[in-house]
Design a protein around this ligand. Structure first.
Ligand code: ADP
Ligand code: MG
Length: 245
């Protein structure tokens, strides 16, 4: 469903961002990507979302090279929320559905149910500046999920949140993944987050990013995993390969 085939990316100014990146993520699988700052993680997600072209190699989504505008099945969630400050919560979540010409009643039903599942009901008329960081990020999730994407690409979506909001949203993502069989690619700085949410963890080297290791993580997929000995062991294993880079 998602496949990196020997992706290389060299920017116009000669910066080598990614080198020979290959891995694949099956339909319904979740994959975390972890690596030091500047190693090309955002570049890789932009390539998968069709916003950037690789210099060589291919990013395959649903069997085709990732290319705008045929990316209807893909949602990209960024760290800085990307909400429209002049639109309220309801309008921010509804915008993609409106662009697609979905009837108003159906939009309301979809948005109401998403806001409820993200604990945002009652905040429909609030504007982004009136919300905490955690709430804004939940609005961003609601907006992305309104279009029912099969693939969710996330670039450190939780990294600016406090610990509690972060854990709540991690649980939300896990449940979303379990219930909807979404294919997830999550870029994160946090080893614990990578291990909690990724059935597979791709460890990248410092720039230019290469795949150092792909750690299998079959025990991921339950809220309880966070408290298990296997979880701590897996975190140690990932930490060792991150530190070895
Ligand atoms: N448009 C660009 N032109 C030149 N270099 C860039 C551009 N965008 C990012 N880079 C460089 O490419 C490298 C990888 O960046 P990025 O993908 O943002 O890394 P990460 O998300 O892992 O922190 C960095 O050294 C960054 O400075
Ligand atoms: Mg980045």
């Amino acid at each position: 469903m998602i496949e990196a085939r020997s992706i290389n990316k060299v920017y116009e100014d000669g910066t080598e961002a990614l080198k020979d990146i290959s891995f694949s993520v099956k339909r319904g699988e979740s994959c975390s990507i972890i690596g030091p700052s500047g190693c090309g993680k955002t570049t890789l997600l932009f390539i998968f979302s069709g916003l950037l072209r690789p210099t060589s190699g291919e990013a395959i989504i649903n069997g085709e090279p990732a290319r705008l505008p045929d990316m209807k099945d893909v949602a990209l969630i960024l760290q800085d929320y990307g909400l429209f400050p002049w639109k309220n919560v309801f309008e921010n979540v509804a915008i993609g559905l409106e662009i697609r010409g979905i009837p108003g009643k159906e939009i309301k039903r979809t948005v109401d149910s998403l806001l409820k599942s993200l604990n945002l009901n009652g905040f429909e008329k609030y504007y982004p500046k009136q919300l905490s960081g955690g709430m804004r990020q939940r609005v961003a999730f609601a907006r992305a999920l309104a279009l029912r994407p099969g693939i969710l690409l996330m670039d450190e979506p939780l990294s600016s949140l406090d610990a509690l909001s972060r854990e709540n949203l991690q649980n939300f993502l896990l449940e979303l993944w379990i219930e909807n069989k979404i294919t997830m690619l999550l870029v994160t700085h946090s080893i614990e987050e990578a291990v909690f949410l990724g059935k597979k963890i791709v460890v990248l080297s410092p720039r230019p990013g290469r795949v150092v290791k792909i750690v299998k993580n079959p025990d991921a997929g339950s809220i309880e995993y966070r408290d298990k000995e296997e979880f701590f062991e897996k975190c140690r294993e990932v930490r060792q390969s991150v530190e070895a880079t």
